[in-house]
Design a protein around this ligand. Structure first.
Ligand SMILES: Nc1ncnc2c1ncn2[C@@H]1O[C@H](COP(=O)(O)OP(=O)(O)OP(=O)(O)O)[C@@H](O)[C@H]1O
Length: 258
């Protein structure tokens, strides 16, 4: 069997899409959480999986990251341009920083030993406006600061595929806006394929090239929305106009997002 069609595992495929996901079924006991969730993301593309709570967004990310292999289907992740396996970054729903390590040490430990360079960490801290917090411990950080550190920790590995699970949830809107802008700047400096999971339609429209709308029971993609406007030109008014347009559609999938 061709390795790219191996079932129930993560395999590398040459060229084409950076990510190809075909989850035929994912069950928790008798309940089916995902059914026929099929999607691709091209290299450098930002795709948002948008849907209400419980539609299986986190479950899908866990499968792509290889944290959950108990599913029917295939995950294919293209290699790096140099032929090496793709580097994965993961921003969890909670910052998940090591509480007994400083900010700087949290970033350092995210790097494999062969690339564990203090200079790379210091550059990342500077780019993320975190240098002043480098020696603090996570308990000394606000949630906004901790989320910023979690973002820096994901970027310091120079990911090819970045999985983000509600990375800005529970933040006040001004802080979320700043962090989204920071993410956009980081992706301009260092492009990555991004799969962003969110239930926040505005956030998806601010960040993604393409939205995939999921419905629950079991989770599956029911609509695909390309966002035609370049990320840099999407101001609040443009995002609000896109959002109103989607919510006014007769398709019930969009009403779940209101
Ligand atoms: N470990 C588990 N055991 C049993 N059921 C689970 C488990 N994890 C998730 N589920 C169920 O699978 C479904 C999908 O959950 P999942 O957390 O992936 O959804 P989600 O869209 O990410 O939700 P949220 O936005 O609230 O995080 C839900 O019905 C959930 O109750």
């Amino acid at each position: 069997m061709d390795s790219s069609s191996r079932s129930n595992g993560i395999v590398s495929v040459g060229g084409g899409s950076r990510l190809r996901l075909e989850i035929r079924s994912k069950r928790y006991g008798a309940a089916e959480a995902l059914h026929d969730l099929v999607m691709t993301a091209a290299a450098g593309e930002v795709v948002a999986l948008v849907g209400p709570s419980g539609c299986g967004k986190t479950t899908a990310l866990g499968i792509i990251a290889g944290l959950d292999r108990a599913f029917e289907g295939t995950v294919s992740i293209g290699p790096r341009p140099d032929g090496e396996p793709a580097r994965l970054g993961y921003v969890f729903q909670e910052p998940r920083l090591l509480p007994w390590r400083t900010v700087r040490q949290n970033l350092l430990l995210a790097l494999p030993k062969s690339r564990r360079l203090g200079s790379a960490v210091d550059l990342m801290l500077e780019a993320m406006e975190l240098s002043a917090l480098a020696d603090l411990f996570p308990t000394q950080l606000s949630l906004g600061m901790a989320r910023r550190v979690a973002l820096a920790r994901a970027f310091v590995v120079e990911p090819d595929l970045l999985l983000m699970d509600e990375p800005f949830v529970s933040l006040d809107e001004p802080t979320a806006v700043k962090l989204r802008a920071l993410l956009v700047r980081m992706l301009e400096r260092r492009p990555a394929t991004v799969l962003l999971v969110t239930h926040n339609l505005r956030e998806a429209l601010a960040l993604a090239d393409r939205l995939l709308i999921l419905t629950p029971s079991p989770g599956r993609v029911v609509a695909e929305v390309p966002v035609g406007i370049p990320r840099g030109s999407r101001d609040d008014a443009a995002i609000e106009a896109l959002r109103s347009d989607l919510l006014s559609r007769s398709d019930p999938a969009f009403r779940l997002l209101a």
